[in-house]
Design a protein around this ligand. Structure first.
Ligand SMILES: [Zn+2]
Length: 195
């Protein structure tokens, strides 16, 4: 007993009773759906990176690492489902997990946007000394000021900044970080200024 690759119904002949597709047509149908959903997922990943940089979280780097891991796990799962579909093997459970992961970057993008955009809490100015700078070129450029941490149990903070702030602030400057609590308690940085 196998399941139809197209509709998931159990079937015991080549033609599925539920949707009327043969096993090869069902395979093509599934692979077309996989491709479409993968496109939605990839767009979501881009939307997430844009959203994450709009109201940058204090933990932006850890958030980006998390979404990076999720990205490769999800794509790996999608490729595995497609390979099983090529062999006409059972795909129902991994396919549902894959489909479930597709909207995740979109949901996280909305969460991070709302966290900053709908946050009406006043900024908490925090003083910190710059101990280093880091910039990564590429399509998604990232610029960070490395500062002494003001939080318990942490040595440094990596503050996301734009190009102007990155260029005018130097190591050993004392800066004021405008920190917000965030609507869903993800602290984010609205800007920095020099003392
Ligand atoms: Zn079917």
């Amino acid at each position: 007993m196998t399941r139809c690759l197209n509709c998931g119904a159990e079937r015991d002949s080549d033609i599925c009773d539920a949707c009327g597709l043969g096993s090869t047509e069902a395979e093509f149908s599934l692979r077309r759906k996989l491709l479409n959903r993968t496109a939605v997922f990839l767009l979501g990943a881009i939307a997430f990176v844009v959203a994450a940089n709009r109201y940058p979280a204090l933990e932006l780097d850890n958030i980006l690492i998390f979404i990076g891991v999720l990205f490769f796990v999800t794509l790996g799962l999608g490729m595995w489902v497609e390979r099983r579909a090529l062999r006409h093997a059972e795909v129902e459970i991994p396919k549902r997990i894959y489909y479930g992961l597709i909207p995740v970057p979109w949901l996280l993008a909305v969460l991070l946007l709302a966290n900053g955009a709908i946050d009406s809490s006043p900024a908490h100015p925090v003083e910190a000394r710059v101990i280093g700078k880091f910039s990564m070129p590429g399509p998604v450029q990232s610029r960070r000021l490395i500062v002494d941490s003001w939080r318990e149990g942490r040595r440094v903070e990596r503050i996301p900044v734009d190009r102007q702030d990155f260029d005018r602030i130097n190591t050993n400057d004392v800066i004021v970080v405008e920190l917000h609590e965030g609507l869903v308690s993800i602290p984010w940085v609205s800007g920095v200024s020099r003392e």
